[in-house]
Design a protein around this ligand. Sequence first.
Ligand code: NAD
Length: 476
Amino acid sequence: MDYHNFIAGDWQETSQSTENVNPSDISDIVGVAAKGDAADLDVAIDAAYAVAPVWAKSTPQQRFDVLDFIGTELLVRKEELGRLLSREEGKTLPEGIGEVARAGQIFKFFAGEALRQRGDTLASVRPGIDVDIVRYPVGVVGLITPWNFPMAIPAWKTAPALAYGNAVILKPAELVPGCAWALAEIISRSGLPAGVFNLVMARGSVVGPKLINSPKINAISFTGSVPTGRGIAAVCGQQLKKLQLEMGGKNPMVVLDDADLDLAVDACLNGAFFSTGQRCTASSRLIVTEGIHDRFVAALSERMAALKVGAALATATQIGPVVDASQLAQNMNYVEIARQQGGKIMGGERVKADTEGFFMAPALITETTNDMRINREEVFGPVASVVRVKDYDEALAVANDTEFGLSSGICTTSLKYASHFRQNAQAGMVMVNLPTAGVDYHVPFGGTKGSSFGSREQGSYAAEFYTTVKTAYTLP
Ligand code: NAD
C-alpha cells in the first residue's frame, strides 16, 4: 500500500518514501509512506492560505455535513481501521478499534459544535451602545501529532479546526502514516473545498521549522515530547504565533490505606500498563501509603505478571508491543537506571513471541523515592514505580513534586481526602477511583506546569484555540 501526501486537493507523490514497519512483526511492511520535503510543504501552505477565507465563510450546515460525513465513516469502518491502527502502532485490536471509534465520535461532536457557534451580546457601560462579541476562525493552522494515538489526536485537532472554519496542514508522526493517510482519504471525499485540509507526511526535523516559521500559518497545535514542544514554543513566542502544546507526563496515582484494594489494583493496572504504557496520561508513579503498601504491591504484581504480552492482533494479547526499537531500548535503559539507583524490579524483561517484534513485559519498580530518575523523567512505556509514603499529606506532596501536571489520580473511600485532592492536585485532570488515563471526548483535555501550554483541547473549550474573538461596539 502506498500512502501519498494529500496537498491542494490532490494525492501527491514524493521523491522519497519510508517503510511503515509492524512493531508486532518486523517482517510485515504495513505500507510505504511519502516522505515530503520543504517544497511539498510550501505547496500545501499556499493552497491552505488561498482557500482559508473561503472556508471561513462556509455555513454551519456545510461544516456540519463535512464533519458528520467523516465521523460516520470512521464509525462504520472502525473494525477495519482499528486493525490498521493496531498493525502499525501496536495497540491491541480492541484498543485500536476503540480509538477509531473515539475519532469518529470526536468528528460527530464537532459537527454539532459547528451548528452551536455562538457569540455574546452585552449591555455597554455607556448609554445607547451595543456590544457584540463574535468568534472568527484563526486562519491556517499547523497540526503536529505524535505516534501514540495515531487516529484520535489528528481527529481531536482536525475536527475543531474545520468546525470553527480554519484551513489545516496536518503533519503526523513518521511512525504512523497509515492512520493519517486513512483519515485524509476519508476527508478527501467529504466535500471540503480543495486545499482546506492538507496532509504532509515528512520528517519533523525537515518540515517542522518551515511550518512553524511560515508567516502564512496563524497557529500551531502540537502534541509530542517536551524537547520538541519547547523548541516550537521558542519560535512561536518570537513570532507571537498562537500556540497550543500538549506534552509529557509523570502522572501520579495515590493509593491510600482506606482504598478499595481491588479497585485500586484495577485502576493502576489499567493506567500504568494498558496501551503498553504509551499514553501521556499513564500512571507512572504509584504513591502508596504504608498501611496498604505491601498488600497493594503483592496484588498488583500478581495481576501484572498474568498479563499476556504479544502481537497486537492476536486475540489473547492484553499488552501489545512497544512502538519501535529505540523506544524499547529507552524503556530497558530506564529500568536499568532504576535498578542501579536502588529500585527493586519485577518484570521488565524482553518477551519472545511467534513473530519478531518489540515485546516487553510490564515492569513494576518498588522501593523507589521520588528523587530517583525513574520518578522524574517520562519513560513512555509499560513501566511504573511505587513510592511508599506515610500518610495522605506526604502522598499529596510527592504527587505534586514533579515538573509535569497532566493527570493525577487518587484511590480512596474518604470523601474528605478525595475532595482535598481534587482541589490541591497540581494537574489539568484529576481522577478519583479511576485510572489516570481514559477521558471523555466532550470535555476539556490538557495539563498544567510542564505538560501543557495554551488553551485546552477538546469539548467546546477547543473554540478558545481555533477561533479569535472580536468585540464590536455599535451606536445605532
Ligand atoms: P515527538 O516530539 O518526537 O514528535 C511529535 C511530532 O513532532 C512528530 O510529528 C514529529 O515529526 C514532530 N517533530 C519532530 N521534530 C520537530 C520539529 N523540529 N519541529 C516540528 N515538529 C517536529 O513525540 P513522539 O515521540 O511522537 O510522541 C511521544 C510524546 O508525546 C511523549 O512525550 C508523550 O507524553 C507525548 N504525548 C502527549 C500527549 C498530551 O496530550 N499531553 C498525548 C500524546 C503524546
